[in-house]
Design a protein around this ligand. Structure first.
Ligand code: MD6
Ligand code: FE
Length: 216
């Protein structure tokens, strides 16, 4: 019994390096999950999830919103960070202190001290929803990492390399896992495979991902 317990811990170490500069912190957000979810509900009440359009005219299957000084948006004119929610004409909801604390602590754990995110993109995946391989390159300063928090249903995170054609590795991310991503792999291609159906005890039939960035 005890041996089995330790074996399973050994097979799933708390920190998994997935590339130079990229690490999965298993369960790092678990303890604060119960604080994050009510704060998330308030954000969504002020800035509801919406499915944005890519510059090429496709509607994204992932629904998005933001909190913080600036938010990531896409429409026919391109991708950008904007201080105003185009749906409401108002600033995005403030970044809750619990979000900021988690992002800073995770970044430090991943080797990036003094992370000061000014944007938190909130993604909602429903079963069947996916995110195609892409680079995060709309930020001005690539020295800052990205911190990505997974909540709700598990997902397969696809992690490639510097070229779109690099075959991605598949990493299963579950509720509370945090990916810290920067340095040499900051511009690597990545995405999310179509979400498998399921029911999460707290969030139901969805996965929520928070990605913290220093955009400006
Ligand atoms: C997601 N994440 O996990 C989408 N980007 O829902 C991302 O696109 C991402 O997790 C940059 C760094 C980490 C990420
Ligand atoms: Fe991304």
């Amino acid at each position: 019994m005890t041996a089995d317990l330790f074996d399973s811990i050994a097979e799933r170490p708390a920190q998994e390096a997935i590339a130079d500069g990229a690490v999965i912190l298993r369960g790092f957000a678990h303890a604060v999950g119960s604080e994050l979810i009510p704060a998330l509900r308030e954000i969504v009440a002020q800035a509801p999830f919406r499915r944005m359009f890519t510059p090429g005219g496709y509607q994204m299957s992932v629904a998005m919103t933001n909190c913080g000084p600036v938010g990531w948006v896409t429409d026919r004119s391109g991708y950008r960070y904007d201080g105003i929610d185009p749906e409401s004409g108002k600033p995005w909801p403030a970044m809750p202190p619990s979000f900021l604390r988690l992002a800073r602590e995770a970044a430090a754990e991943g080797g990036f001290d003094d992370f000061a995110p000014d944007a938190c993109l909130v993604n909602r995946y429903e079963p069947g929803t996916k995110l195609s391989l892409h680079q995060d390159r709309d930020e001005t300063d690539f020295a800052a990492p990205i911190v990505s928090v997974s909540l709700g249903l598990p997902a397969i995170f696809l992690f490639g390399g510097p070229k779109r054609s690099d075959k991605p590795a598949r990493h299963r991310l579950t509720h509370g896992d945090v990916v810290v991503w920067g340095g040499p792999s900051r511009l690597f291609f990545h995405g999310v495979a179509p979400l498998a159906d399921g029911e999460h005890a707290v969030l139901g039939r969805q996965r929520i991902n928070l990605t913290f960035r220093k955009a400006r």
